[in-house]
Design a protein around this ligand. Structure first.
Ligand SMILES: [Ca+2]
Length: 547
């Protein structure tokens, strides 16, 4: 049985621009960003690749099938598509991959020290596998994060910029992860939300990506009333969504994420007798707004214990571009168009987020249980990650869309069959990791060659030895900001014109003394050498956009 804890939560006290409202529907992207010029793009990518190799890694182990990283030929118009490889051994079938993505999941889980969170199934997966304590997204918004991760390429000022970014538009000539597995004889399946748009890089799936369409749980009558009242109160608002959160007594099967898990289980039952290995990607929609979950998941938490975070305010000395106005949330009914939310409403939102996390945890439990029951668990690698973090009122913000740790940090858990985590470290890996590291890692775990365009680095050596130091830095960006995380610091630099104009300012946080990033020390004299060094690494790691 999947685990569902029904105990009420204890203390919850540690819950602690230009951001366009983010959708999670099936809208098609406008072709806002032109595809990179191949030659120039490939050239800058090659520099970054080399740079990452020199500066970013201290890992040493290599898999037997690993192909060396190569600088992409600057004249190459069609980057490599490795030829399919035959099975390495008839007696040793290639490993399957169950790739689970959870939309907008910050590390709000029991296994990340949030002991009041009811996430028993994810916690169990982390216990059996490896938990990356410090994994970071490349861009804290849906489409861009996913396009970067699935293509294995870093973002830059004109690539993977917004929530509508597509891999097949921003990086059309690079082989995406799903395509690579398909090319190598895998059955590749997309259920729920993997790419932001289901038709992005669609040729890389063996069958048409599937998403559920029904969501009958919502109280349409109450929602209509709330929207009407909100419009009356704020007549200038053109578009108003429904309620930002909702508890319902509807059957769980009315929820799209339950349907995604059900469909995935049906696939697993079919795949257990398949001749070819599979790459099954299962993307859950929650805890993305609106925070709609069955009542029983709300009941797992004691509302009276839920508080806004200690830093529920705009951070002092934050440079221009660092703080946004939570536009995504403000598109929902009952949310004021500007200014702080009432504390009660803020706490309700936090409560709703927790409920959604627990609801998704239950669906993940159904999946892992099915994997066991079908016998597929013995030969299936499980990857679980979010696409970025989330501000639950931290720094006075909601949503993602920032360069703060709260937007960049996301869970990453990897479970490899036959390798338990019974180690002194308890299966936890403290080394810095980036979501672009998933693509080369999952290649290595399944014995596939790594496409040479990949800009991430395999974390498989860390799975085998969690004490390895790993990367020296994780780099990401959002709109005007570029950000770098090292073991001790996070430096973010902001420039006008979405990151290519004049400097707007910087922020530096020392995570040893200030893990919640409340004190910007970028302008302190004694920090200037740190700022300069990190700034230089930032500039050499983020690819230069093609003109
Ligand atoms: Ca997202």
């Amino acid at each position: 049985m999947a685990i569902l804890l029904l105990l009420a939560a204890g203390s919850l006290s540690d819950s602690n621009a230009a951001d366009a409202p983010e959708l999670f529907g099936d809208q098609h992207a406008t072709p806002a960003q032109p595809a990179a010029v191949d030659g120039q793009q490939a050239s800058s990518d090659a520099v970054s690749n080399d740079s990452a190799t020199k500066q970013g890694m201290a890992q040493t182990a290599k898999a037997p099938n690993e192909t060396p990283l190569e600088n992409t030929d600057s004249t190459c118009q069609e980057p490599e598509t490795p030829k399919p490889e035959p099975p390495s051994s008839a007696k040793q079938p290639r490993r399957n991959v169950l790739f689970i993505m959870v939309d907008d999941l910050r590390p709000q889980l029991g296994c990340f020290g949030k002991s009041f969170m009811q996430s028993p199934n994810i916690d169990e997966l982390a216990k059996r596998g490896r938990l990356f304590e410090r994994a970071y997204c490349m861009v804290p918004t849906c489409g861009a994060s996913r396009a970067s991760m699935m293509s294995g390429l870093r973002p830059h000022a004109r690539r993977f910029v917004s929530y509508t970014a597509r891999a097949d538009e921003d990086a059309p000539s690079f082989t995406t992860m799903n395509q690579h597995f398909k090319n190598n004889g895998y059955r590749t399946i997309s259920l729920g939300k993997i790419f932001h748009f289901p038709d992005d890089s669609v040729a890389g799936w063996s069958e048409k990506p599937w998403r559920p369409t029904t969501s009958n749980y919502r109280n349409k009558k109450a929602e209509k009333k709330a929207i009407a009242e909100h419009r009356k109160k704020h007549p200038k608002r053109v578009k108003v969504r429904g309620m930002p959160y909702e508890a319902s007594d509807a059957n769980e099967s009315e929820y799209r994420d339950h349907q995604v898990a059900t469909r995935a289980i049906e696939h697993l039952e079919d795949l257990q007798d398949a001749d070819s290995p599979f790459f099954l990607a299962v993307g859950f929609f929650k805890p993305h707004l609106p925070f709609c979950a069955p009542q029983k998941y709300w009941d797992l938490y004691d509302f009276d214990s839920i508080k806004v975070p200690d830093n529920y305010r705009k951070p002092p000395e934050a440079p221009k571009g660092a703080v946004h106005q939570s536009a995504e949330l403000r598109s929902y009914a009952t949310i004021p168009p500007k200014g702080s939310l009432a504390t009660y409403q803020a706490r309700k939102l936090i409560h709703g987020y927790y409920a959604c996390v627990s609801f998704i945890d239950q669906q993940i439990g159904r999946l892992t249980e099915a994997l066991e029951e079908t016998g597929l668990a013995d030969n299936t690698v499980i990857i679980l990650c979010g696409d970025h973090g989330w501000q639950l009122g931290d720094h006075g913000m909601w949503n993602k869309h920032s360069c703060f740790e709260t937007s960049m940090h996301t869970p990453l858990i990897v479970s490899v069959p036959g390798e338990n985590s019974s180690s002194p470290q308890g299966g936890r890996i403290a080394a810095l990791t980036e979501l672009i590291d998933i693509y080369p890692s999952v290649c290595e775990l399944t014995g596939l060659a790594k496409p040479t365009h990949l800009q991430g680095t395999s974390f498989v050596p860390l799975l085998n030895n969690p004490t390895l130091p790993g990367k020296t830095h994780a780099v990401g960006r959002y709109r005007s900001g570029d950000t770098i995380r090292t073991d001790q610091f996070r430096l973010s630099e902001f420039r006008a014109s979405n990151g290519v104009g004049h400097t707007l300012g910087s922020m530096l946080y020392d995570h040893r003394s200030d893990p919640d990033e409340n004190l910007n020390i970028a302008n302190r004299d004694q920090q200037q050498s740190t700022v300069e060094a990190l700034s230089e690494t930032l500039r050499t790691t983020i690819p230069k956009p093609a003109d």
